[in-house]
Write a protein that binds this ligand. Structure first.
Ligand code: ADP
Ligand code: MG
Length: 591
């Protein structure tokens, strides 16, 4: 029984802050609702007068007067209602916009570890579906949440003033209904929470499929993917049905109670009218029947608010969780304004684990020094922690033990922005954004001139294909750079990173899709154009790292060897085996 349910907390203050800029409509909406309710409660009373003073006594003037007043009330109620609905819509949409922006803003501050924790699918659900639910509740809170209780209280008050004996019916029925509604809500709440976690799974399935749609098609896995999605969607349906069933049964039950109440009112009221000793009139009874309607309708509305709040409290908790998440990488140890002096890197007894709770170290007890300006190759099997190791340098993740130093200082001493300005990294899974080639390159440096752009493109050997495009730098890339080949994308990513003029350049398998000749040209150009820059090259091909100053051989998160190609070839069995196995397939290497 040690499985801890995730703590559920809603920070109302934090969420409510997002109403800023929409306070006025948020206040006007309930004010107009109050006006609407007062008018709606006055109308049945006027109806009663019309019946008693007009119809029953055959007085046509009274019919006209009370009829006119009723119409005027109804018209004013219409206007108030419309205005209140409009203000509520304006306020709630603005609130939702602010909330989404705040969450998005927060997500931008997340480290990789934070994103891993939520999963991107879940973040998408939170920003879309959850915010929609919260918005609905917000609109309810400033409109219906005023309307329903006020209508309820006023209708009861007027009923009591007409005839307290008959009004007793409501006073008995209302609490019973209230308790039933609360019970339904309590039962539904856990189901809604479950529904949202299943929504997350479904969204993750969609997202993964869309990102990998080419792979899916290449492996003819459409059926498998469809099946996977079906299951996720079915899981959503099942919890949804369970949750809705509870709530749906509430409605006809309410209807039944309403008609039962009407019968009781007519029965008791009729008896009093026939019994001449009472002062109850037919007009009173007419008003009363309308109040039955209003009272029970407002109770139903309370139920609806309740259901809505139940659904959205799960959403509110999930939004709060995003807003309150502490970015695992922050500037709390940083010295303001500290800049990276040179491109030296040191790992001092570094250990790292992706999940603190499981504690399985991917890197353990690693020591390594890289001098400024050195070209360091890293080679090792998949899963040997090559990517993990280099991601520690720009603090994409933080070490679990030991320290990483850049320019002779612990990376935590630098403001993250300064550190990352000096450490450029071309990730293994790289991303280009929709827009032109120029837009994408300028991520590296917004102020760069076309000349500078072409300079880095030459270094990355991207100039040859860019010049062949009719639009050159203005070529539109489409979403995620779909118009480019893998090798072209990689070269653009390298150019983009070079534009930052980094002190340390990390290439994580960044030339895997580039032919060996171009690969060698890029490495030569890096040296020629950017001498003095520390370069760390992770590669699968020995040929990509062979001419590096030193090569690090990684095996299972530990150093299995480090030295020049020649030294390693003699001393490291693993390295020798890799060289020989790759040599078989590529006879041109020693040519
Ligand atoms: N985001 C992550 N969360 C959890 N484990 C991860 C994550 N990324 C990588 N790993 C694990 O860390 C180990 C090293 O991965 P990685 O550094 O990517 O290896 P390489 O780049 O050498 O192929 C692998 O066992 C992998 O499963
Ligand atoms: Mg890798």
């Amino acid at each position: 029984m040690n499985k801890k349910a995730p703590k559920l907390s809603i920070d109302v203050g934090l969420l409510a802050k997002n109403a800023r800029g929409y306070i006025l409509p948020s206040v006007l909406a309930p004010l107009f609702v109050i006006a609407e309710v007062v008018l709606e409660v006055l109308i049945p009373r006027e109806m009663g007068f019309l019946v008693d003073e007009g119809i029953a006594s055959g007085n046509m003037t009274a019919v006209w007067t009370h009829g006119g007043i009723m119409l005027a009330y109804a018209f004013l109620a219409l206007i108030s209602g419309a205005l209140s609905a409009r203000f509520a819509a304006v306020a709630s949409m603005g609130f939702a916009k602010n909330l989404r922006a705040a969450m998005f803003d927060k997500i931008q501050s997340f480290s990789f570890a934070n994103v891993d924790k939520f999963s991107t699918g879940s973040l998408v659900t939170r920003l879309t579906t959850d915010v929609t639910f919260i918005r609905n509740s917000y609109a309810m809170c400033i409109r219906v949440a005023f309307r329903a209780p006020l209508m309820f209280i006023m209708s009861i008050a007027v009923s009591v003033s007409i005839n307290y004996r008959i009004a007793l019916i409501f006073i008995v029925v209302a609490p019973i209904m209230g308790i039933a509604l609360v019970a339904i809500g309590m039962l539904a709440f856990p189901l809604f929470r479950k529904m949202f976690s299943r929504f997350d799974k479904m969204n993750s399935a969609v997202q993964e499929n869309l990102i990998g749609i080419r792979v899916v098609k290449a492996f003819v896995k459409e059926d498998y993917e469809t099946e996977k999605f079906r299951n996720a969607a079915e899981a959503v349906r099942q919890t949804q049905i369970k949750a809705e069933r509870l709530l749906v049964y509430g409605q006809p039950a309410m209807q039944f109670i309403m008609f039962a109440c009407m019968v009781a009112v007519v029965f008791m009221g009729g008896r009093e009218i026939i019994n001449v000793s009472s002062d109850m009139t037919i007009g009173d009874l007419t008003s009363f029947i309308t109040y039955v309607n209003q009272i029970l309708m407002s109770l139903l509305m309370v139920a609806m608010i309740f259901v809505n709040l139940v659904i959205s409290s799960a959403s509110a908790a999930r939004a709060t969780e995003v807003l309150k998440e502490k970015p695992s990488i922050d500037d709390s140890y940083a010295t303001a304004g500290l800049q990276v002096e040179d491109g030296s890197v040191a790992f001092r007894n570094v250990s790292f684990s992706y999940s603190a709770s499981e504690g399985k170290n991917v890197v353990s007890g690693l020591d390594l020094e890289i001098a400024s300006g050195e070209v360091m190759g890293i080679i090792g099997g998949t899963g040997s922690a090559k990517s993990t190791l280099v991601q520690l340098i720009p603090r994409l993740y933080d070490v679990s033990g030991g320290a990483v130093e850049v320019g002779g200082r612990n990376v935590r001493e630098y403001p993250v922005a300064n550190l990352r300005a000096s450490v450029a990294m071309v990730l293994q899974k790289n991303v280009l954004f929709s827009g032109t080639i120029r837009d994408n390159l300028k991520w590296g440096d917004e102020t760069a001139s076309d000349e500078e752009l072409m300079h880095v493109c030459r270094a990355a050997c991207a100039d040859e294909f860019i010049e062949r495009f009719p639009d050159g730098l203005d070529t539109d890339l489409g979403q995620g750079g779909v118009n480019l080949s893998g090798g072209q994308k990689q070269r653009l990513c390298i150019a983009r990173a070079l534009l930052k003029k980094p002190k340390i350049m990390i290439l994580d398998d960044s030339t895997s899709a580039v032919d060996t000749v171009t690969d060698a040209k890029i490495r030569a150009a890096l040296k020629e154009f950017f001498g003095g820059m520390t370069v760390i090259i992770i590669a699968q091909r020995v040929s990509s790292v062979m001419d590096a100053d030193r090569i690090l051989v990684l095996d299972g998160g530990k150093i299995a060897g480090c030295g020049s190609h020649k030294e390693l070839f003699e001393s490291s069995r693993i390295y020798r085996e890799v060289c020989i196995s790759q040599h078989k397939g590529a006879d041109d290497e020693n040519a």
